[in-house]
Design a protein around this ligand. Structure first.
Ligand SMILES: [Zn+2]
Ligand SMILES: [Zn+2]
Length: 460
């Protein structure tokens, strides 16, 4: 299957119909461009969206694997037609599969400095150290990659250097939003700049391929700055140790917490490899503010409780993570007692309710106060994805002919398509991995014509 000079195609191999392991392909004139190449965690090999149509699958594989990547067979079998891989930002669901899958493609990767550093460190732990050509692009640059002219458009999300992409071909232009929200105060990076997207109204954008994660939520997402205020007000009156569970990659949140620690006279330490790694990259890339110290976590156990602020991984109740160890009194550096508090500055990802409940109960049994963002009267977590009103603004600015909701389960994709329709977008295609979205010359969707699947991969 090859796109002709008249065609512009979009084919998702991962991330459409599910949240996680994004892998997108754009096809034009015999060439393909890959956008993102990510993983998911604790997933079975048969996706839930496939189970409702058992005819598609011969057998259902229910065993959960620690790390799962999309099966790239479709593009690996025609890798000579693949001109490059663009990585939009450094989250695992966008970059995490490169160390496992790149060997099958062997093409250059285009991304910005922060994401490049995250990727280099991942590759250094794999057998691909120094073997992968990573081309660092500037945040406002355009690059001709084969038949595709790609322009990086700065956007806001929950980590440094998130980008949307304008992808131009002679037969049509696509805005690939990747993960985004409108944040006027994102803590890392510049505030959201609407002018970049308003300008696209003059570009005759054929399709907007966009984030659907929070399309079912009304209103606007809250700013990272509000989250900082909420954390400060929550932590200020506390007298015991404070431990904050947060996603390892949430650099903005880490900086907010470091500010809170400074304001409340606490020392901040990090527990968990992914947190320490992200902090170290943020420092190296000049993203981490110089006036916010982080102490060696070994020291936290010796400090008076009111001077401790620990940030820990494991907010989903995963085994062998820092929060689990703290709950089990098995952490080498810190012990929690009655009067201490654990804040979950994160959401409970659907499917993890039981493990999070187990973790909370273990902590409460020790007399530790547990506050989940879902129950907190003040905002202690901010999502990095756009709610309904943000999606509406984007559609009003960009005015695409077609809406293609991605990065979500079917319910999110449908909600996103409804929003696009309400904004006057005439066509939208709600599909899933393996569908062929034909954007030009005649828009249409052919369902389930491309092979997809999942591969278990071993995390290095
Ligand atoms: Zn993301
Ligand atoms: Zn994502």
């Amino acid at each position: 299957m090859q796109p002709s000079a008249d065609d512009l195609w979009f084919v998702p191999l991962g991330g459409t119909g599910e949240i996680g392991m994004n892998l997108n392909l754009y096809g034009h004139n015999g060439q393909w461009l890959m956008v993102d190449c990510g993983v998911s965690f604790d997933e079975p090999l048969t996706p839930s969206y496939r189970r409702v149509k058992p005819a598609v699958e011969d057998r259902v594989d229910d065993i959960k694997h620690r790390v799962v990547a999309p099966d790239p067979k479709f593009i690996a079998e025609q890798k000579d037609a693949l001109v490059g891989i663009v990585i939009t930002h450094a989250h695992e669901d966008h970059v995490g599969a490169i160390p496992y899958l790149w060997q099958r493609f062997q093409v250059p990767i285009y991304t910005t400095a922060f994401t490049a550093e995250v990727l280099r460190r991942k590759l250094a732990r794999s057998n691909l150290a120094n073997k992968v050509p990573i081309i660092e692009v500037d945040g406002s640059e355009s690059r001709q990659i084969g038949e595709f002219c790609v322009t990086w458009l700065a956007i806001t999300h929950s980590l440094p250097e998130p980008f949307a992409l304008k992808i131009e071909t002679p037969v049509g232009t696509v805005l690939h939003t990747a993960d985004w929200k409108i944040d006027a105060n994102p803590i890392t990076g510049k505030p959201f700049d609407p002018s970049l997207f308003k300008a696209l109204a003059n570009d005759n954008v054929l399709a907007l391929v966009g984030d659907s994660t929070n399309a079912t939520k009304p209103g606007f997402s809250i700013s990272e700055r509000n989250c900082y205020d909420g954390l400060l007000s929550t932590i200020s009156p506390m007298k015991g140790r404070v431990v904050v569970g947060c996603f390892g990659s949430n650099v903005a949140r880490l900086i907010s917490l470091a500010r809170v620690a400074k304001k409340t006279g606490r020392y901040m330490g990090l527990y968990g490899r992914s947190l320490i790694n992200m902090y170290s990259i943020a420092k190296q890339q000049g993203v981490w503010p110089d006036d916010l110290p982080v102490v060696d976590p070994v020291h936290l156990g010796y400090l008076p409780p009111e001077e401790v602020l620990a940030v820990a991984t494991g907010s989903q109740g995963e085994r062998h993570t820092a929060l689990m160890r703290l709950a089990a009194d098995a952490h080498p550096h810190l012990q929690l007692d009655k009067g201490d508090c654990v804040l979950f500055s994160s959401i409970i990802i659907p499917g993890n309710e039981e493990s999070v409940l187990r973790l909370s109960k273990a902590l409460q049994a020790k007399g530790v106060t547990v506050i989940h963002s879902e129950d907190s009267p003040l905002p202690i977590h901010a999502s990095g994805h756009p709610c309904e009103e943000e999606l509406k603004l984007m559609y009003h600015w960009v005015k695409p002919a077609i809406s293609i909701p991605v990065h979500g389960e079917n319910v999110h994709l449908r909600a996103h398509a409804d929003i696009a329709k309400a904004c006057g977008v005439n066509k939208s295609y709600v599909g899933q991995n393996g569908d062929l979205y034909r954007l030009a010359p005649q828009p249409s969707i052919r369902r389930q014509v491309v092979f997809t699947g999942r591969l278990p991969v071993n995390q290095s």
